[in-house]
Design a protein around this ligand. Structure first.
Ligand code: UDP
Length: 324
């Protein structure tokens, strides 16, 4: 199968490319290298089954050409990372909404299947734990830039599901929950690579707020295995799937785990949200996926242990520090 991956030089996209190539598929990547990097796809450049183009998903003629050359599309290109979203709300909304419109319009012309990446952010401030796919989404006020990301991805979901219903396009939506692992950069605010880099450098580990907020971290290998599984399952079309781990950890405990794994004596420093982000920043306190539907459909659920995840990320950050 020939697979078109938008955002294929990004963190998740490059792991998906690697997995698909190993499985004998052909891969065509489009990336504008905004948060992605050539280094992520460097290992595949000599592979005859791999090809890439540098460009944006907002370029209609380019996207149509690449969609036409492939059997299926996985749309991962998006503005991601809480820091980026808070700092660049216009860019976030335009990239996520307009980019997805272009990609959906392109696949719909030949009714080609697409997997649309969404995010657990769409559950917003819901406190009904765990989050199931049919649950209500509880958005914050439009005056808080953070929720622009959730709303832009929710709109992507609505549009994708509308293309499925109205035009018969096989669209599958995946909501990714805090995907982490090697190649993720802390540059855009993601917590685990940030903590790991701080711990190996002996710098303070910056916990925002009380640190009692919790997340469930999913190893990128589990996430791309799930994406591949859903991509190959025709019965998944028209549906939404949570993809994540359901093991919860507080950010305070995560900071301790990272520090222990790194053998570091970094101080754990608590920083108020207003200093870390913009004034009035709202965080989600808990975010746990219900993965029953994923497990029922694919026969497995993400299961890499948090200890393994922390170990992988600390090892990568240690190697980066040593080669710097
Ligand atoms: N966080 C933190 N220190 C950091 C970066 C993030 O304490 O240097 C917190 C952040 O406020 C949130 C959690 O870690 O409560 C996860 O943040 P991330 O941006 O990785 O993902 P989110 O779940 O917010 O999308």
């Amino acid at each position: 199968m020939k697979v078109f991956i938008t955002g294929g030089a990004g963190f998740i996209g490059s792991h998906l490319a690697e997995r698909l190539l190993a499985g004998g598929h052909q891969v065509l990547v489009l990336d504008n290298l905004s948060t992605g990097a050539m280094a992520n796809i460097d290992p595949y450049l000599d592979n005859p089954s791999f090809d890439y183009r540098i460009g944006t998903v907002r370029d209609g003629p380019l996207v149509r050409e690449l969609v036409d050359r492939c059997d299926i599309t996985v749309h991962l290109a998006a503005a991601v990372g809480v820091r980026l979203i808070v700092e660049q709300p216009v860019h976030t909304i335009e990239t996520n909404v307009h980019g997805t419109e272009v990609v959906l319009d392109s696949v719909s012309r030949k009714r080609k299947p697409i997997v649309l990446a969404s995010t657990s952010e769409v559950y917003g401030k819901s406190d009904k734990i765990p989050f199931a796919e049919a649950d209500d989404l509880v958005m914050g006020a439009t005056t808080h830039a953070r929720w622009a990301y959730a709303c832009s991805k929710a709109l992507d979901e609505w549009l994708g599901l509308a293309y499925h219903r109205d035009k018969g396009v096989p669209v599958t939506v995946v909501r990714l929950f805090n995907t982490v692992g090697p190649r993720q950069t802390g540059q855009y605010g993601m917590v685990l690579p940030t903590f790991a880099a701080q711990a190996v450098a002996g710098e303070p580990i910056t916990v925002f707020g009380t640190g009692e907020q919790a997340r469930c971290f999913c190893h990128v290998d589990d996430a791309v295995r799930s994406i591949e599984g859903l991509m190959l399952d025709e019965s998944a079309a028209g549906q939404v799937f949570n993809v994540g781990s359901d093991r919860e950890v507080t950010i305070n405990r995560l900071a301790e785990m990272v520090r222990e794994e790194a053998g570091s004596d970094s101080e754990i420093l608590h920083i108020p949200y207003d200093e870390a982000y913009a004034e009035g920043f709202e965080d989600m306190q808990r975010r746990v996926p219900d993965v029953t539907k994923l497990e029922r459909t694919l026969g497995y659920r993400p299961e890499t242990s948090l200890e393994q995840i922390v170990s992988d990320v600390v090892a990568e950050q240690r190697a980066a520090l040593q080669s710097a």
